[in-house]
Design a protein around this ligand. Structure first.
Ligand SMILES: [Zn+2]
Ligand SMILES: [Zn+2]
Length: 293
């Protein structure tokens, strides 16, 4: 069988050797005792969500307004992202409301800033020769350009909306794997065999117990991990979810044990389908030799 773990491992090793010619180990020289597929389960929740905020175009105010004035609510406008907006798509709209008085952020509402020329000391030069700083005329502070000294600014508001995406991951069953593999799998979704997929505008609970080769996929462990992801999907506070997809994948991790006891691991993209790309952009860069002892 061409997709047996041993053949897949040798294929990935051969391709890895081809793009990493400095590698000293040629797969043909390996004395492999056994190869096993040891890929753990990866539970991923991908959320596409809309973030919104207010951006202000600032100008100096004549005086600083002491009471706090709340800015507009970005969700209370007619602004809409197009229904087919891709991740990163952003729209903005100027709001026809009064300018919002705010403290000047440049000078923390002080109206002046420490002089950068003299470092706030009021004098320049070194040793005995010290002269009055020409920039601040010895005062050590200079007027803030943003608020022209008042400490206050007026912000003309516009609302922005942007489509974002986040993928939250949990990896189960990694106890027997080297830490490097575990870290990589916990940070990146890894291809493998898709066991369960569930999609909705927003997923509220885990559905479906479809068996897989006679084994239930949504075991208690998987369900608990999936529910934890749904509670904390990594979506920014105040954002609105547009679409979510939950997947459970058995990742491709192959463990080869050599006759001398050394274990080697190959994981990442399907090791059988390897394209001769630069190593850094393929799974082959992830092929990792782990000395078991
Ligand atoms: Zn100065
Ligand atoms: Zn200022």
């Amino acid at each position: 069988m061409s997709d047996a773990p041993r053949d897949r491992f040798l294929a990935s090793m051969g391709a890895w050797h081809a793009v990493q010619p400095w590698a000293r180990v040629s797969p043909r020289t390996l004395s492999i005792a056994s190869v096993a597929a040891v890929g753990p389960l990866q539970i991923a929740l991908r959320s596409r969500f809309e973030s919104r905020g207010i951006r202000y175009q600032l100008r100096a105010a004549k005086t600083r307004t002491l009471e706090h004035v709340a800015g507009p609510d970005p969700w209370a406008t007619a602004l809409r992202l197009p229904s087919d907006a891709r991740v990163g798509h952003e729209v903005t709209q100027a709001l026809s409301i009064d300018e919002v008085p705010m403290d000047c952020g440049m000078c923390s509402a002080q109206g002046d800033l420490s002089c950068t020329r003299c470092g706030g000391t009021g004098s320049v030069g070194s040793g005995k020769r010290r002269d009055r700083c020409p920039t601040c005329r010895g005062a050590g502070r200079v007027r803030c350009d943003q608020c022209t000294g008042s400490g206050g600014v007026l912000g003309k508001p516009s609302v922005w909306a942007r489509m974002d995406e986040h993928e939250a991951l949990r990896t189960l069953g990694t106890d027997a794997l080297p830490l490097e593999v575990v870290f990589d799998l916990s940070e990146h979704p890894s291809p493998g065999e898709l066991l369960h997929r569930q999609a909705a505008d927003q997923i509220h609970d885990v559905r479906g117990d479809a068996g897989y080769r006679g084994e239930p996929i949504l075991t208690e462990d998987v369900r608990t991990a999936a529910e934890a992801l749904l509670r904390d999907p990594g979506v920014a506070v105040g954002a609105r979810v547009h679409h979510q997809e939950l997947t459970v994948t058995r990742t491709t991790v192959l463990e080869a044990t050599l006759t001398n006891g050394v274990a080697l691991y190959a994981w990442g993209d399907d090791p059988v389908r390897v394209h001769p790309k630069p190593a850094a952009t393929t799974m082959l860069g992830k092929l990792f030799f782990f000395l078991a002892r």
